[in-house]
Ligand binder design. Structure first.
Ligand SMILES: [Zn+2]
Ligand SMILES: [Zn+2]
Length: 154
């Protein structure tokens, strides 16, 4: 059954605020982001690899102010203060129940880098356009159509 009234043009639809939602593996840690991503990245640095347990981390950077962990999630949020090579602090955030890597807050840059795998509808999110720490990239990794590549990101 279709209703014609649903097909009426509505100029307001495009103006709804964007929202992106995500969660950890067990589902107890959920969050949303209330603006569009600023950048889609891959990082091969050793800390990102340890954090995710993978050969690289794929992340989407959003303005830090757009991050909204759900009220129910607050009991499960765990943070580890990581320090970059240049001495800047990053807050690696994971679920205290299942251990999933969820996002990294980067207060000095005013962004949060959200682990791509936790976001809903990943196939609709922008493909990575920037890669960092290529000097740590393993030979077999072949990510196509990256816009900008950096050997390091100190
Ligand atoms: Zn969890
Ligand atoms: Zn990294």
């Amino acid at each position: 059954m279709t209703s014609r009234s649903n097909d009426l043009p509505s100029g307001k639809q495009d103006e709804e605020p964007k929202e992106y939602r995500g969660s950890c593996l067990c589902g107890l840690f959920t969050y949303k982001l209330t603006s569009d991503p600023l950048l889609s990245t891959i990082c091969y640095c050793l800390n990102c690899r340890k954090w995710t347990g993978s050969a690289f981390t794929a992340g989407l950077a959003f303005p830090l102010s757009s991050l909204r962990p759900s009220e129910e999630s607050k009991a499960y949020i765990r943070q580890f203060i990581d320090t970059s090579q240049s001495g800047n602090e990053l807050q690696r955030t994971f679920c205290g129940e299942c251990g999933s890597s969820v996002y990294t807050e980067v207060p000095w840059a005013d962004v949060v880098s959200v682990a791509r795998g936790g976001l809903e509808e990943g196939e609709k999110l922008p493909a990575p356009s920037t890669e960092y720490w290529c000097c740590r990239k393993e030979e077999w990794v072949d990510v196509k159509e990256i816009g900008e590549s950096f050997q390091r990101n100190d």
